[in-house]
Design a protein. Structure first.
Length: 306
């Protein structure tokens, strides 16, 4: 089933036609509040009352037109300004290929610098998303360069990649924030673990490395992007054992998934952020969400029945 959803996420015909199916649009509303920035903002403004902050990301990747990449950068700059104006704790998260990485690396670098500068001026944090394995090296290089000028920059790392342990060591040494996820792209066995148990074990091992680094005075920001309650419990236990306090690490969870767990963690005074995605380019992202976690498929079935 996972392979089927990942294959669908790469299918051009489905990207163009799947979004038109009413039952698909109805089901995806479970995972995103809408397609516009205002839809995202409306959802984000409801979270602080529950003790939860947010991260916003405009869906899209592999932009092939520089004018579109420039438009994405402008969108993020404007979004940061709007969020600052209302005093909302909502951080930007962006993919390098949205900013023209595939066509002009220097333009992408300039856009990232501008967004990081605007985020720092707004007292916010910039997250750089990770994409398929061929993009890892350039994404980490861009992140490392940004970190030298802007301290509040973090990157997403994927636990299913064989290389991630070494990448994590590099980012921790630089003091780069890390949001650890399991990974949701279709990767060959040479690049990624294929067995769920192995991915889970590696995620937990990497998460403990992040907590240990923080406990020993590291300046990285440890963030765990997971809905796996077993892993969450194990990481909270390890944090207690290493004498870390709540607030020295945090959990990021997707909008609409594990809402009960989000509330439970917030009530327990754990730091929680909800990542809210929006935009018209949602089909491949949605397929990857279904592939990530079989339980998500049941959410869709329930929404369709309803």
């Amino acid at each position: 089933m996972r392979a089927l959803f990942l294959k669908a996420s790469d299918n051009r015909w489905l990207r163009e036609h799947g979004v038109r199916a009413p039952f698909v649009r109805r089901a995806v509303s479970r995972f995103m509040p809408g397609e516009t920035f205002d839809d995202m903002l409306q959802a984000a403004r409801q979270l602080p009352a529950q003790g939860i902050s947010s991260v916003f990301t405009r869906l899209g990747e592999n932009v092939s037109d520089l004018a579109e990449a420039d438009g994405v950068a402008s969108h993020y700059l404007e979004g940061i300004d709007r969020i600052k104006a209302i005093g909302l704790a909502c951080e930007p998260s962006v993919k390098p290929t949205q900013l023209g990485l595939d066509i002009d690396r220097d333009r992408c670098r300039a856009h990232l610098k501008a967004i990081a500068e605007r985020a720092q001026a707004a007292g916010s944090y910039l997250w750089i998303d990770m994409e398929q394995s061929p993009y890892v090296d350039v994404t980490l290089d861009l992140t490392a360069a940004l970190r030298r000028a802007f301290p509040d920059v973090g990157v997403c790392l994927q636990a299913y990649l064989h290389r991630t342990r070494d990448d994590l060591k590099r980012m921790l040494a630089l003091g780069v924030g890390v949001r650890l996820v399991k990974g949701a792209y279709r990767e060959p066995p040479s690049a990624a673990l294929a067995v769920k148990r192995q991915v889970d074990d590696n995620y937990l091992a990497l998460g403990r490395m992040m907590l240990d680094d923080k406990a020993h005075g590291g300046s990285s920001r440890p963030v765990f992007g997971t809905h796996d309650t077993t892993i969450i419990a194990a990481l909270c236990q390890h944090a207690r054992e290493t004498k870390l306090t709540q607030g020295q690490y945090e959990f990021h969870m997707l909008y609409g998934i594990q809402r009960g767990e989000q509330m439970r963690l917030a009530a327990a005074r754990e730091h929680v952020r909800v990542l809210i995605a929006y935009g018209t380019y949602w089909f491949p992202w949605y397929m990857r969400r279904l592939a990530e976690r079989p339980a998500n498929v049941w959410f869709v079935v329930k929404s369709l029945v309803g």
